[in-house]
Design a protein around this ligand. Structure first.
Ligand SMILES: NC(=O)c1ccc[n+]([C@@H]2O[C@H](COP(=O)([O-])OP(=O)(O)OC[C@H]3O[C@@H](n4cnc5c(N)ncnc54)[C@H](O)[C@@H]3O)[C@@H](O)[C@H]2O)c1
Length: 267
């Protein structure tokens, strides 16, 4: 193994990926496992979470599924405790689970605001706190939180989502300052548009199913937002997470990494 490969190697480490059943979380869980980590795929959706864990195992990786609703503090604490008691340590915590809702600002209900912030902000807060306690005791660990390009660009109809993600970015910096002296790194990743189930709502037909023609048009339109003319894939985000999670990112903390094809810079 070359020195460079060794820096990305995660053998002997334990990682939790919330929202690991589909999309960015699924690709991240698979990549961390490919790098050698034992991965806990944590999701509120048992079917997709178990499938991801089984796919990783079939490919020769170490993975297991644990059910969690990240908006419930006790469930997040239980996830972290069960992982630590089963495997003795938690080296990587990827707080990826998230939801989105679209509505004009003046029509957003308090329930909708609370629902989005409960998963996207409080879920990440709970994950940082529970994993942070274990990592501080260990004297090492890397936490990676999923923010969004919506923190850089004001997008109509996304107020609960964008504000929850801006809070995730600042949470990551604030926690990085407190946990850094204990050897714990905390960073955020703010992806641009990625083709995942979350974004299928832009390309579904009247029956609610994905319309292939519309899907192609959405991807083509999104590609024009990048100076590279590219649309991102879940793997592009997983690579950013791997960098921050592994020793390759040992000098990185309090950062918001932006794998977005350049879409959110003024150009
Ligand atoms: N797809 C994009 O374009 C994009 C862009 C920027 C940021 N993000 C962020 O990246 C993360 C992953 O996005 P994605 O597109 O893969 O989403 P997705 O909707 O495709 O998948 C989200 C996963 O999280 C799980 N989940 C949702 N609520 C949960 C909860 N309360 N507890 C546990 N699991 C829960 C779902 O079951 C699902 O498996 C999210 O935080 C999202 O906001 C996505």
């Amino acid at each position: 193994m070359s020195e460079i490969q060794a820096e990305f190697e995660l053998s002997g480490r334990t990682a939790i990926v919330t929202g690991g059943g589909v999309g960015i979380g699924r690709a991240t869980a698979a990549m961390l496992a490919e790098a050698g980590a034992r991965v806990v795929v944590a999701d509120r959706d048992r079917e997709t979470g178990e499938r991801t864990a089984a796919e990783i195992a079939e490919a020769g990786g170490l993975a297991e599924f644990r059910a969690v609703d990240v908006s419930q503090r006790l469930e997040v604490d239980a996830l972290v405790e069960a992982t630590q008691s089963a495997h003795g340590r938690i080296d990587v915590m990827v707080n990826n689970a998230g939801i989105i809702s679209d509505a004009p600002f003046l029509e957003i209900s308090e329930e909708d605001l609370d629902r989005v912030h409960a998963v996207n902000f409080k879920g990440v807060f709970f994950g940082c706190q529970a994993a942070g306690r274990v990592m501080v005791d260990q004297g090492s660990g890397s936490i990676v939180n999923l923010a969004s390009g919506a923190i850089d660009v004001a997008t109509p109809t996304l107020v609960p989502y964008a504000t929850s993600k801006a809070a995730v970015a600042q949470l990551s910096r604030s926690v990085a300052v407190e946990l850094g002296p204990f050897g714990v790194r905390v960073n955020a990743v703010a992806p641009g548009f990625i083709d995942t189930p979350m974004n299928e709502r832009h390309a579904s037909g009247p029956d609610g199913r994905l319309d292939p023609k519309k899907h192609g048009e959405v991807l083509a339109a999104r590609a024009t937002m990048s100076p590279l003319g590219l649309t991102g894939e879940p793997r592009d985000i997983a690579l950013a997470v791997l960098y921050l999670a592994s020793d390759a990112g040992r000098f990185m903390t309090g950062t918001v990494l932006r794998p977005n094809g350049g879409a959110t810079m003024p150009w």
